[in-house]
Design a protein around this ligand. Structure first.
Ligand code: SAM
Length: 214
């Protein structure tokens, strides 16, 4: 993340949602200027899918902080009935513009506030890089709301960057998690069932793809 973004959006940010809206309002369907926009589903998610048979027939999926929508489209292609949300209205508008024939339900919603009607509603919940994008003071509530979306016997797929050292809250965004995130989800009724770790990242941290089962 650029230094310019870091100075605009710091650890004490009281209006994080506004910050994301401004960023997406200034981009276009090519995602120019959005630092995390792959314009394709996340490469680690894609490679996990290639090695696991994962059918969505008759199942529901929720994509948290969906950004420009590619991971939602990937899940739709596997047969899931997909809902995907982001706090930014402009991001949701861009998803609809990019994928006009998709049946994904792209909606604006705020993970910090929570969405009570989605409690225990989804067979699969996919979260990529949203927790770490928000200041750490929001972390517990974000984790609680994400865990709540998962149905009994459902799965959470979480992709996050990890740094195994004392956390430095001044140094963000992103505010990288360490492995204690697993305990945080396990205390909310999810069990870690498998994990992939990519240690060959540019920044020298790790990217974890963790599957939790409810
Ligand atoms: C680092 S980006 C990752 C986007 C996407 N998951 C990806 O991997 O490309 C974090 C996303 O979370 C969204 N976001 C931030 N705060 C949110 C909130 N309170 N509720 C829902 N989405 C939020 C941002 O707008 C942004 O799209």
């Amino acid at each position: 993340m650029s230094k310019e973004i870091r100075t605009k959006f710091g650890v004490n940010e009281e209006k994080p949602n506004q910050w994301f809206e401004t960023l997406y309002a200034e981009t276009n369907v090519k995602g120019e200027g959005v630092p995390w926009a792959n314009m394709a589903s996340h490469p680690m998610f894609k490679s996990w899918l290639l090695n696991n048979s994962f059918s969505g027939k008759g199942k529901t999926a929720l994509v948290v902080g969906c950004g420009l929508g590619d991971d939602a489209i990937e899940l739709e292609s596997l047969g899931f009935k997909v809902t995907a949300f982001d706090v930014s209205d402009s991001a949701i508008e861009l998803c609809k513009k990019r994928f006009p024939t998709s049946t994904v339900n792209f909606v604006q919603a705020d993970l910090i506030k929570g969405i009570p009607e989605w409690k225990h509603q989804f067979d699969v919940v996919l979260e990529i890089f949203t927790i770490q994008a928000l200041p750490p003071k929001y972390e517990n509530v974000l984790i609680e709301h994400i865990a709540d979306f998962v149905k009994e016997n459902g799965q959470l797929i979480l992709i996050t960057e990890i740094k195994e050292e004392k956390r430095n809250f001044e140094n963000g965004p992103p505010w990288l998690l360490n492995s204690t995130y697993i305990n945080a989800f396990e205390s909310l009724g999810l069990q870690k069932s498998s994990q992939l770790i990519n240690t060959t990242t540019e920044m020298g941290d790790e990217i974890h793809l963790t599957i939790f089962q409810k």
